[in-house]
Design a protein around this ligand. Structure first.
Ligand SMILES: Cc1ncc(COP(=O)(O)O)c(C=O)c1O
Length: 421
């Protein structure tokens, strides 16, 4: 049986439910046999997994520490206060809500705290890198609010702050949202704040992606600028799947009531405890070194891809994320993703706005360095991955070189087990 990163209890599961154990082991094999470059993924530590699998999973705890609907919450109250205190200290925030079940739940709660249905919100347009919760018609956000989309300059790929300011002046939004699923550069939080102030809008930072780099002091923090910061805990931050909200004391009550009872029921206390573990890990010098390495690795990979002649959007990255325009290769994002997957390199497609094709078409792929860095890979491995990616993107799946790439990918992955050390 494969060695699992989450300890001896797996043996019990395997005996009781071999079918499910087999499925879990297959996923472990899938992950261990390839390179995981999905920018939103990471490998949590065994300590985070242990908290997730703890008896706190059994506890019902509607409400907040000291003010619960359910009895018997005295212990989980301590866990939640610990998570709140660690989050506040880590991000220098006056208030932290650690209950959102996901990043989307955190964004929903931020809107619920600050907006009324029908309000106008200015956020990054989806074809330029906005998230579903930034106004997609398929999402609650697009149905309940009036979203106006700002974008990136089609040539540089950088946020067009002049356009942002112009749209804010015309549409007078109630909130400006700063955050993206694919923007590889640091947002200028001061510029966003200035635009919001000019039109009397709230500034909501959806820092789902950069929050882990912020924790490791490898990226600027939105906390001093935004009224509310929404985040996920499972990307670079390396915690359990979940969300978080940070804000000043004056909005604390509104934010808390927007999470519970407005948009959620009982908190998931095992996840809250696992968030506390992750915040504790993220406060260490080792995590700061990890965050710096994530950025160094992404920069090296971006440089390698550019040297291979690929079109790296914005010319590089400040973060864990890289986006590549694959259209010069005669591919769309989906075909590129499939070619890479055949070679064992797992990445996402992403929409790119350009001068010739104004959004909506998936011409890009998005890569991230968080997971491979957790595995212990460094710049040398990133150079190798860049070269392998370039071959995988250029060759048909059945070509002999792709089989060669697959074997090299397997060899590289085998040397770096998929878990936090
Ligand atoms: C910018 C942004 N906001 C929100 C989310 C939503 O997070 P979740 O998938 O946990 O709901 C994501 C997820 O990738 C994201 O990138």
């Amino acid at each position: 049986m494969a060695v699992t990163p989450w300890g001896p209890d797996f043996g019990r599961l395997a005996r009781q439910d071999p079918e499910l154990a087999g499925i879990i082991l297959s996923e472990l094999d899938r992950v261990a046999g390839g390179l995981q470059l999905i920018a939103a993924e990471n490998f949590t530590s065994p300590a985070v997994l242990a908290a997730l699998a703890s008896p706190l999973a059994n506890k019902y705890a509607e409400g907040y520490p000291g003010a619960r609907h359910h009895g018997g919450c005295e212990v989980v109250d301590i866990a939640e206060r610990t998570a709140q205190d660690r989050a506040k200290a880590l991000f220098g925030a006056s208030h932290a809500n650690v209950q959102p079940h996901s990043g989307s739940s955190a964004v929903l709660a931020a809107y619920a705290a600050l907006l009324r249905p029908g309000d106008t919100v200015l956020a990054m347009a989806l074809p330029h890198g906005g998230h579903l919760t930034h106004g997609s018609p398929a999402n609650f956000s697009g149905r309940w609010f009036h979203f106006i989309g700002y974008g990136v300059d089609p040539v540089t790929g950088l946020i067009d702050y002049e356009q942002l300011r112009g749209l804010a002046r015309v549409h007078r939004p109630k909130a400006v949202v700063c955050g993206s699923i694919s923007y590889p550069r640091h947002p200028d939080y001061a510029a966003f704040r200035a635009v919001a102030d000019e039109v009397g809008a709230y500034l909501i930072a959806d820092a789902a992606h950069p929050i882990g780099l912020v924790a490791g002091k490898a990226a600027p923090s939105p906390v001093p600028y935004a009224d509310v910061v929404c985040a996920t805990t499972h990307k670079v931050l390396r915690g359990p799947r979940g969300g978080m909200l940070l804000c000043g004391a004056e909005l604390a009550e509104r934010v808390d009531r927007a999470v519970f009872p407005f948009t959620q029921g009982g908190a998931q206390m095992h996840t809250v405890a696992a968030k506390a573990v992750a915040f504790g890990e993220a406060a260490t010098p080792a995590f700061a070194a990890y965050a710096r390495q994530v950025v160094a690795n992404a920069r090296t990979l971006a440089g390698g891809l550019a040297a291979e002649g690929l079109t790296v959007v914005t010319g590089g990255t400040d973060t864990h994320m890289i986006t590549v325009d694959v259209s010069p290769l005669g591919l769309d994002g989906r075909a590129a993703k499939a070619r890479c997957a055949a070679a064992g390199i797992i990445l996402d497609t992403c929409a790119l706005a350009s001068a010739t094709e104004p959004g909506g078409c998936v011409r890009g792929v998005r890569l991230g360095s968080a997971a491979v860095t957790t595995q212990g890979m460094g710049e040398g491995e990133m150079e190798r991955i860049g070269a392998l990616l370039a071959i995988a993107l250029r060759e048909e799946q059945s070509a002999p070189t792709t089989r060669g790439v697959r074997a090299e990918v397997r060899e590289l992955a085998a040397a770096f087990p998929p878990c936090a050390r």
